[in-house]
Design a protein around this ligand. Structure first.
Ligand code: ADP
Ligand code: GLC
Length: 522
């Protein structure tokens, strides 16, 4: 159904804000069709439950992964995506056909299920419930950064819709063998399925443990949560309800997005109050780390977003992107190094540390270009930084895929001093485009950056530790042969979805086999 048709049916469809939809990524641009999974004798039907998909709406890496992973798995399994019908989804160019309806439960309203076929064949089920999702803003809140007060209802409805589809209640003529839920917005999918005694296995992937979807116990009746769920082994979290813990507590298996983060979250420093719970899941063999990859659109010689394409050894094209970025960010022409920040502007990303080293970078002849949006205080701090160093630091609050790609392509270094980083995609994008990350030695950054070979790692979340890594970066910049050798190694690093496809595909098969009583645990 098109958005005009939806309006004719009395559904409210809001205009899309200009910066909220990214141009389609190359994999979804309709140039190639997804391969059919029919030749795999173990082919499973998998419902991929997520709150973002980069083709339509994204606020960070979850959207990228939701767009890329189902496609990367398509030759082995029939993976279909379930996402709420935000305006950015309903107003996309792809037609939506209503294929099913679901009744309400407790305070969760009835809804319709629409089917959207992406140009390359990826099937996206859209949860159509205008009273919950037809709002201008991000998937989680208004454009002023405030979360929607009824997010618990909005995302409980998403979880329940997944459970309903798995129970064949939606009658969409497709019933998954497995439900794969992502982050707290999808956390109640495994929970409702468990409470209702559904036998379909579930996989829950943690992309970020710090966002937990914690609400008051008083919400139990609205969400239809049974009293026995309020235990430590259930979704109770320090006297409240945690959507994230529900996902972890009731899923058949848990993954997170890098091996190092899988270990870190079992320690008090990274566990966000759930380290004991996660350590026990690890001991039971129920938690594993599978690193994210990047898709084939990240290719500097063919990316249509770039001002000029380039490849290993051909640095003139890279310089053309750098000149464009300098102009876009109001930076002076310079022969010094260009540092990029492409980030959600939130505490996790350690932007205060970049504020702390900006004087050093500028005094050493460097420039910084910053793009992103996020918490109002962080946005203000970045604006102030640009005012402090006119012509040397430039900032654009907002997000735009084309500018982001040009920044990865044009910069010499990417600044990523994250306090924690479950996987991180930006450092892989930067490397692929010959920009060397200067990053904290944590989580997926530790797993994807070779210190002194493809980037620069530092251990402490402190200005001296960060500065020491920057000094090494400046030294390398002064020796073009060394800089170019590192760029070549970074651009050739084998980041792709192949390494993730096999572990996910095997996990799907093992979880289904186990649920059917065929084998032991994965
Ligand atoms: P995270 O998911 O924690 O933001 P990642 O490095 O995994 O970090 O993913 C970042 C992805 O999100 C990249 O595609 C990046 O270009 C994009 N991105 C960064 N900042 C924003 C933003 N403010 N809004 C939308 N996308 C963003
Ligand atoms: C989260 C994490 C990031 C990860 C992304 C995709 O947003 O912060 O590290 O790369 O999810 O898994």
């Amino acid at each position: 159904m098109t958005s005009a048709a939806l309006q004719a049916h009395g559904e409210r469809v809001l205009p899309v804000s200009s910066d909220s939809v990214n141009p389609p990524i190359a994999t979804s641009g309709g140039r190639t069709q997804l391969p059919l999974a029919s030749h795999n004798p173990n082919r499973k039907k998998v419902l991929f439950v997520t709150s973002e998909i980069a083709d339509l709406v994204k606020t960070g890496g979850l959207g990228d992964v939701s767009a890329a992973l189902p496609r990367a798995l398509a030759h082995l399994h029939d993976v279909r995506v379930l996402i709420p019908g935000y305006p950015q989804v309903l107003n996309s160019d792809n037609p939506i056909h209503i294929v099913g309806e679901l009744g309400g439960h407790a305070a969760l309203p009835p809804c319709k299920i629409g089917r959207m076929d992406m140009p390359d064949g990826l099937v996206v089920y859209v949860l159509i419930c205008p009273e919950l999702y037809a709002r201008e803003g991000t998937p989680y809140g208004a454009n002023n950064g405030r979360d929607w007060p009824d997010n618990h209802i909005r995302f409980a409805r998403l979880g329940l819709a997944a459970a309903d589809i798995a129970a064949n209640l939606a009658q969409i003529h497709w019933c998954p063998d497995l439900v794969h839920a992502h982050d707290w917005p999808a956390g109640l999918a495994p929970a409702y399925m468990h409470w209702r005694g559904q036998r379909t296995p579930t996989l829950f992937t943690i992309h970020n443990l710090a966002y937990q979807g914690v609400v008051s116990l008083a919400s139990c009746p609205e969400l239809g949560i049974p009293p026995h769920a309020l235990q430590q082994e259930g979704m109770e979290f320090y006297g409240k309800l945690s959507f994230l813990k529900a996902g972890m507590a009731y899923a058949s298996h848990i993954t997170t997005v890098s091996a190092t983060y899988a270990r870190e979250i079992t320690t008090p420093a990274f566990g966000c109050g759930l380290d004991g719970f996660l350590a026990s899941k690890t001991e039971q063999g129920l938690l594993s780390g599978i690193p994210n990859g990047i898709d084939e659109s990240w290719e500097a010689s063919t990316d249509p977003h770039l001002v000029s394409p380039f490849s290993i050894g051909d640095w003139a094209g890279k310089a053309a992107n750098a000149a464009h970025v300098r102009e876009l960010f109001g930076l002076e022409p310079s022969d010094g190094p260009l540092f990029a920040v492409v980030s959600r502007l939130v505490y996790q990303k350690g932007l205060d540390l970049t504020e702390g080293v900006a004087q050093f970078i500028v005094d050493s002849g460097g420039q910084i270009a910053i793009i992103g949006r996020g918490e109002p205080e962080e946005e203000q701090a970045m604006r102030a930084l640009a005012q402090r160093f006119p012509g040397r630091v430039g900032v654009r609050i907002g997000f735009n895929e084309t500018d982001a790609r040009r920044m990865f392509a044009g910069s010499d270094f990417l600044l990523m001093p994250s306090r924690y980083e479950p996987c991180g995609l930006s450092q892989m994008y930067a490397q692929r485009f010959g920009s060397l990350p200067v990053a904290r030695n944590t989580g997926g950054l530790a797993d994807t950056i070779e210190n002194g070979v493809t980037g620069f790692l530092f251990d402490e979340s402190s200005i001296p530790s960060y500065t020491e890594a920057l000094q090494r970066a400046f030294k390398v910049f002064a020796y073009p042969a060394l800089l170019n050798a590192m760029r070549c190694r970074a651009m050739a690093a084998p980041f792709n979805w192949c390494q993730a496809v096999e572990p996910y595909a095997e996990l799907y098969e093992q979880l289904v086999a186990k649920a059917q009583g065929h084998v032991g645990r994965p």
